[in-house]
Design a protein around this ligand. Sequence first.
Ligand code: UD1
Length: 400
Amino acid sequence: MTGDAADRLLPDPKRPFRLIVTGGGTGGHTYPALTAVRTLQGRLAATGRALEVLWVGTADGLEARVAAAEGIEFATVATGKVRRSRNPLEIVSNIKDMGRALLGVIQARSIVSGFRPDVVLATGGYVAVPVGLAARMRRRPLVVHEQTVRLGLANRMLARAATRFAVSSESTLSLLPESVRAGAVVTGNPVRPEALSGRPERAVEALGLHGFDRSLPTVYVTGGAQGSQQINTLMYGILPWLLSHANVIHQCGAANLEGLRRDAGQLPAELAARYLLTGFVGPELPDVLALADVVISRSGAGTIAELTALGKAAVLIPLASSAGGEQEHNARHLHEAGAAVALLGNVSPDGLRQAVAPLLADPAYRADIAKRAMAHGRPDAADRLVDVVLSVASPTDGSH
Ligand SMILES: CC(=O)N[C@H]1[C@@H](OP(=O)(O)OP(=O)(O)OC[C@H]2O[C@@H](n3ccc(=O)[nH]c3=O)[C@H](O)[C@@H]2O)O[C@H](CO)[C@@H](O)[C@@H]1O
């Protein structure tokens, strides 16, 4: 949709567009929400219109910190976790949580009535449930977005309340109730715009990678936001070999950094010069991705969205216990399309070495996988989601 469409939806161009965004708990729910907000803001600004945003989340979730850092107004509601258990102790917790969930709905109703949003955008996590239900009760348009191929519990609960249900992958459509599927739309998973515009040289400067041998390929190893002990262990099984063929940036998770630093201290100096070990890659992430020729990674939804939007050759080692096996699904799906190399089941250091070696040795093979990966990317996912938000927008008439 263009700015013209936004004009049609908001007869009074001076009146700011009002959005309630809700979702959080983890980065997976938080960052796509933030990207959608920023994209909507940009689209409205292009037509000279302001955006008023209220983020409804939990005080201890990542979304509270992100909203504060971005200067987004923030409100909290009570949330309750729903467990499926017959354990008597858990039943007591469940009753308490149901009470909190009810309180959350009452609080959310009052927030929605007070803010009078043109649209409510929910991106998953427990907190999205009361806010989504309140949107329905107050008859405000509700857009629900699912990031992963499997439906999260919160989104399953909200599916029937949604005005439009947006998913990141075609394969999720069949999991939606039939009545919801008809109006569902595949947008992809919004990738923060800066992730797509990294520059290799900036990574070298910012991270002090002056010992890297630029005639060799660079491998970025990542275990997702928390790091992965499985990937760390595999890496230390192949590290001297890997460093004799490549430069390596290894994101190991903040909690694992100290222990691995001691092991890295054993590397010969000429190999150590080509190795950067870090707990978490912060604002340099886009530049690190730009520098990487090969990525060894978990297959969480956010990472997959970035790697495919950019077109990166990747070896994927899914987290076996991810909800509904979604990481395994992501990895297998790309592997079957020749768009990544997936290592499933019990992975050995030798298995990893055999998967990585041809990617390092053969730039044409690497480029082919990268090209196929890119065919799965949706760099315009945030724009598509914003299209959906604008298409359901209904100006409030003050009667709610
Ligand atoms: C352990 C777990 O429950 N994982 C889930 C979690 O993954 P998790 O949040 O770990 O992984 P995702 O791949 O979704 O997102 C990670 C995000 O953090 C960024 N990043 C990562 C490391 C780093 O050092 N710096 C950095 O900025 C990545 O670029 C990416 O944008 O939510 C995802 C849903 O979205 C799910 O698919 C995963 O199964």
